[in-house]
Design a protein around this ligand. Structure first.
Ligand SMILES: *Cc1c(COP(=O)(O)O)cnc(C)c1O
Length: 320
């Protein structure tokens, strides 16, 4: 099953062009692990889906003929399951396309086969991480138990090759579907020098049902994490919209709205749960942009939480 319609948006075999400036390139269909939640499970290890050198060349031709493409996300399978020489060849091809500025390697190998991140491989990656091409890596740690010393070493090698490393985790029911587990994972990732990137719900594929959690869980997880770990350790909870709609992010609502008469925005504090005011500039012409707080809500807020309003009087004047 192809939950995201990646194949409909595929102008040539192995390439998905959904966003104007970015493409997803499937380099190969081998992987070091079979993840039960894998959204590309349909392709992994399927020999009919093999990407031949000629297929990859057609992908490079397409990218070469589309100057709007500046960012190539290489995924699979797992691109780091290819041989060093093949990786060298792919990166060399991308590096030679003047409008391609960024290349991202989507790989779980730092987690699942950290010994794959060899010095030789890092030398190859570094040799293409140049003035013309900036190489990033997005990996997938889903639990702090996966943050092994071996993984840490693999990540450090990538960083030393100039590769910025981010993490894309998947919420898995019964494994990491609560704020505390995700918080511990992301604190540990920062120790491994990995920045949080995305957090996903598993895609609707056969076999993923047991892992699926309500959408609310993802929002609650982010709500729990905010204030407890550095911002660079908080992923964006994204939903990859079915039907090729792309990704959108969802988050808790810290913003209650705008109180027009006093020109104040009302926020909820993530650390304290209290309400706080922040004034809109007097010369702003954006009053209509904000959801409005009714007088009713406003007076309730003042009654219930006035003492918590930070440093501002009820009409947004500096407090005493
Ligand atoms: C996720 C994705 C990308 C990359 O999206 P970012 O939000 O830039 O990480 C590009 N193309 C496709 C088809 C994708 O699904």
């Amino acid at each position: 099953m192809d939950p995201l319609h990646e194949e409909d948006l595929s102008p040539v075999k192995g390439l998905t062009h959904m966003y104007p400036d970015r493409v997803l390139l499937f380099s190969n269909h081998e992987c070091s692990v079979y993840c039960r939640h894998c959204m590309r499970g349909r392709k992994v290890s399927d020999s009919t889906e093999r990407m031949e050198t000629a297929d990859l060349e057609l992908c490079f031709d397409y990218i070469r003929n589309h100057p709007e493409i500046s960012d190539v996300v290489i995924s699979g399978g797992d691109p780091l399951n290819l041989s060093d020489s093949k990786i060298d060849w792919i990166l060399e091809n991308l590096e030679k396309i003047p409008h391609v500025k960024i290349c991202r390697l989507g790989t779980r190998n730092p987690v699942t086969l950290p010994m794959r991140i060899t010095n030789d491989l890092c030398k190859i990656i570094e040799s293409h991480n140049t003035d013309h091409l900036s190489i990033f890596c997005n990996t997938q740690f889903n639990h702090e138990k996966e943050c092994t010393p071996e993984a840490k070493e693999a990540i450090l090698k990538l960083l030393k090759a100039g590769v910025s490393v981010g993490n894309q985790c998947v919420i898995l029911k019964g494994i990491n579907d609560d704020g505390e587990t995700m918080l511990r994972l992301h604190r540990k990732l920062l120790e491994l020098r990995i920045r949080a990137y995305y957090m996903y719900d598993p895609e609707l594929i056969p076999g993923s049902r047991g892992f699926r959690t309500p959408l609310a869980k993802g929002i609650q997880i982010i709500e729990y994490m905010r204030g407890k770990v550095a911002g660079m350790g908080i992923p964006q909870f994204v939903n990859d919209l079915p039907g090729g709609g792309g990704k959108v992010n969802l988050g808790p609502n810290w913003y209650l709205g705008f109180h027009k008469p006093s020109r104040n925005h009302v926020f909820r504090s993530a650390v304290r749960g209290t309400y706080h005011l922040s004034p809109e500039p007097l010369d702003s012409e954006y009053e209509e942009f904000y959801p409005e707080i009714s007088e009713d809500t406003w007076s309730k807020l003042l009654q219930n939480s006035y003492s918590a309003f930070k440093g501002l009087g009820p009409l947004g004047e500096p407090g005493k």
